[in-house]
Ligand binder design. Sequence first.
Ligand code: HEM
Length: 535
Amino acid sequence: MLTMLSNSRLLWGLWQVYNYCGTRISLPLVVVAGVVVLASRLVSMMREIRSLPPGPWGPPVVGYLPFLGVRHKTFLELARNYGALFSARLGNQLTVVLSDYKLIREAFRREEFTGRPSTPLMHTLDGLGIINSEGRLWKSQRRFLHDKLREFGMTYMGNGKKVMEGRIKNEVHELIANIHRSEGAPVDANPLLALGVSNVICGITMSVRFNHGDERFERLNNLIEEGMRLFGEVHYGEYVPLYNYLPGKAQAQEKVVKNREEMFVFYQTLIDEHRETLNLDNARDLIDVYLIEIEKAKIEGRAGELFEGRDHELQIKQILGDLFSAGMETIKSSLLWMLVFMLRNPDVKRLVQEELDTVIGRDRLPTIEDMPTLPYTETTILETLRMSSIVPLATTHSPTKDVHLNGYRIPAGSQVVPLINCVHMDPNLWDEPTKFNPSRFIDDTGKIRRPEFFMPFGVGRRMCLGDVLARMEMFMFFACMMHQFDVQMVAGDAPPSLEGTVGATIAPKAFRVRFVPRTVPVVPDHAHLRHVGAH
Ligand code: HEM
């Protein structure tokens, strides 16, 4: 489009020259000059297009957008036709899709691929937080969060691990008590898991936990779920900016902004409460960590430079929002998928329960320390992550400058996505990829092997920041649920679908399950956390 505009400008210029010079230059000469200029422009345009990864063409302006459908599925089809590195113009954006695991690793270890695309959603978030920030702010926040989250126990080593395990254990016990209340009747596991998983991340970030039926939690949860759905609704606006001004779509965009503001009011109340009781020598949670950092910066006279000069409290609120949405929906969806696969694969379920009974016995619940001795349970989780690929396109990357990959040019500002679902279902990498088979992750010596083409948390510099917490949490919730309950299909219900609902993650469609108790209930103990709904 731009090239067409500049070509017409050029011809207009030639015409002006002709008019100016009048009879001194003959018209045929000007026409010939025009044709030569246009032809050379067309040649360089074609050269530019040829330097891009191959891909499908579409009509002008919209490009391949009308044929996009469900992005990760359409990209899978296109990858079969155009290969492991293809590009497609979607509206005004060039999207580059990588589906070969070596290429994905090669690209995402490079600094140039750490940028985020400039889209309406990104503008709403204003480059704050961690997920959507880039450049110096992202780099400093990533390092800061990485270190601080380790101190809070997102690590397999040291005392921190015990603290984290304690937090998760309390929520697992509470979940088990809540499930017992269903007395084996059909239930939707979604709200039960949402509460437990949210309480873990809310505990780490803001020392808050919610009780079952708490209205504030219901609202927060609805906002997150709606946000995930709206994310799916407004993403066409990333490609054709006018799309978000269409009737209905404009409201969706406004709702994204309003929901964010409502969440921010909630976070602000907590920040204010934390400030009143702040102890500079003892950080209780992530809000404290940030407030202490701000106080330290003030004392050292570098408050203006902190967070690259961005508003301190807005940055804390966006960080809380990022961690809450990244750490809640992903783990809840993964746990729901685990239940789906257990209902669909009773033989695997039996093997998991046999392993738990043999290694743990019936007198206690599994703990993080048991992880290495429960390989089948652990690989059932890995196999679920492989088959569900809940974040199939990771978070869109965007090169900060023109880069070359595999001999092709990837222009600065284009959208680059790894096709994780393609890597996870590639028959050249996995034997019978559509079969649910946890044993594929166990080697001949009985040890767990994670091949380098297994990448549910992404790879490289922007790889998931919460993978350690995610793995601890999924293990504890799943192992304890399977130890305590036999998950059973509801008589008359069809097996839960493998077709997910597409939003920011791929979540299972709603299904019912019966949790039939296998052992006595466990008493929860979490007095150290505040019950938000209790006052
Ligand atoms: C099963 C659970 C999870 C899965 C499958 C998952 C997967 C992912 C993926 C694929 C990415 C994008 C990587 C990329 O852009 O290349 C990501 C980014 C991220 N995840 Fe997770 N995640 C999970 C849980 C969590 C948890 C529990 C937290 C937080 C406590 C978290 C925090 C983040 C953050 C902050 C980023 C952005 C990192 C950055 O932009 O530098 N995730 N995750």
